[in-house]
Design a binder for this molecule. Sequence first.
Ligand SMILES: *Cc1c(COP(=O)(O)O)cnc(C)c1O
Length: 380
Amino acid sequence: MHFDTRAIHDGYDPVKHFGAVNPPVFLSSTFAQHSPGKHAGYEYARSGNPTREALEGVLASLEEGQYACAFSSGLAATDSIIKLLNAGDHVIMADDVYGGTFRIFDKTFKRFGVDFTMVDTTVVANVEKAITPRTKMLFIESPSNPLLKINDIEALCRLARSRKIISVVDNTFATPYLQQPLNLGADIVMHSATKYLGGHSDVILGAAITRDANLHQHIKFNQNASGGVPGFLDCYLVHRGIKTLGVRVERACDNAEQVVSFLLEHKKVTRVHYPALEKHPNHKVAARQMKRFGAMIAFEIDGSVADGERVVSGRKVWTLGESLGGVESLLEHPASMTHASIPRELRLKAGLTDGLIRLSCGIEHADDLIADLEEGLASY
Ligand SMILES: *Cc1c(COP(=O)(O)O)cnc(C)c1O
């Protein structure tokens, strides 16, 4: 069946629940047993519960995986994925992964003996060079944050597989509607469902999806053993959000295309980062592996940090904030917000200029989004 149909019907069977069209929220931490160890499928809700299982079912379906585990946040999912590794193992990671992903590797798992190397994964040969006999995991995102770099998921995962390296793709920015990394050869897909899957900026949740029974068993063990599980209501909210994922992403992509056209024409905008543009360095790869090019955009003005702050401040439609993927459009200024802790020289070296602005297009009317940006750009 098609994606939009699966998004609405998979994971849950109304017939088993009095015909209720929505999965019931079972507010129950424990389940009565007939006799010790004999129960109706659930015993203690950290290990499993019907509301979470419904969500996990639809998540597995949308990523075209076999199994999914839901977590209390994207980072809790990442935590359980890293715990597939042992002390002494080595990880190759994209040099622009989500800041929290870098932090958990650098500040937490390094202390437990898991080493990592960051490379520019947009060039497959860089990854090949970084592989050591101890390398056990490759961790990438595409598109990446905030410069929308594109990684060739198929080529990178093929390389990883040939060296028995577990490949993990953070598919938060693209969503399974636009890109299915498991179909491109990834072993594990992870999500911050906080973003597009939830879609309404009202919940924090994460997920890990795979086709590999052994990997799943181990991740599921970690889910229960570490306990980073989502609340019942949060599972319901993300499940509800998923039902409109297709229409939301289509509309957000439409808006993004119009916003990009506006930015390309604007005389104060010096550069636009968007994978649909032919001069984007990996445009062809993006065109191959994505259905559309997403609703995340970055653009630059030739101005100071203060100028960037002026453009993003006081907007009437765009919300100034750090997340993404909600129905409301969000914008942020990396130099003074998400990437402010990086010393300026390093920040510039990574291409994050003082006047770089990141946009997450929501589903408002494009004309209002453009008029508001116009006003922002006129303010410096
Ligand atoms: C937000 C985000 C995460 C972390 O997810 P949380 O739900 O905030 O824990 C991981 N990866 C990407 C790409 C993100 O945007």
